[in-house]
Design a binder for this molecule. Structure first.
Ligand code: SF4
Ligand code: SF4
Length: 118
């Protein structure tokens, strides 16, 4: 069975461009939406994302909605803990495809890491 994990040198979920996430208002409170929008840089990437090494500059202090944890996904999407693995894999896959493309090295790396055979 595939097991979700975050892979290094990805960062696709730090591409926050709201035009690519039209449902933000459905799952973020007005306060969280304000915080989310405050993070969006002109190029659509989070202002805390270091594009040179593809890492979060504030990882330990990143917002709660950046965290792939059972409580976060329950609060945001109503996902139960037992569904988290599959849901998180789908989220990452969609986000990586959107940012880097369907045939990208990043997607291949992710599939290999979580144990999905293409
Ligand atoms: S899209 Fe998924 S694998 Fe890539 S950085 Fe975000 S959580 Fe990690
Ligand atoms: S705060 Fe960090 S983890 Fe959250 S989107 Fe920005 S760079 Fe990514």
């Amino acid at each position: 069975m595939a097991t979700w994990k975050c892979v290094k040198q990805c960062g696709a979920c730090c591409h926050l461009d709201p035009s690519e996430r039209p449902d933000l208002e459905d799952y973020l409170s007005s306060e969280d939406l304000e915080r989310y929008l405050s993070l969006v840089g002109e190029d659509g990437w989070c202002i805390n994302y270091d594009q040179s090494n593809r890492e979060c500059r504030i990882y330990a202090d990143r917002p709660w909605f950046c965290r792939v944890e059972a409580t976060t996904f329950k609060a945001l999407y109503g996902i139960e803990a037992k569904e988290l693995n599959e849901f998180a894999i789908d989220c990452c896959e969609q986000q990586i495809e959107g940012v880097y493309g369907t045939g990208s090295e990043e997607l291949e790396h992710f599939f290999n890491a979580v144990g999905i055979e293409e």
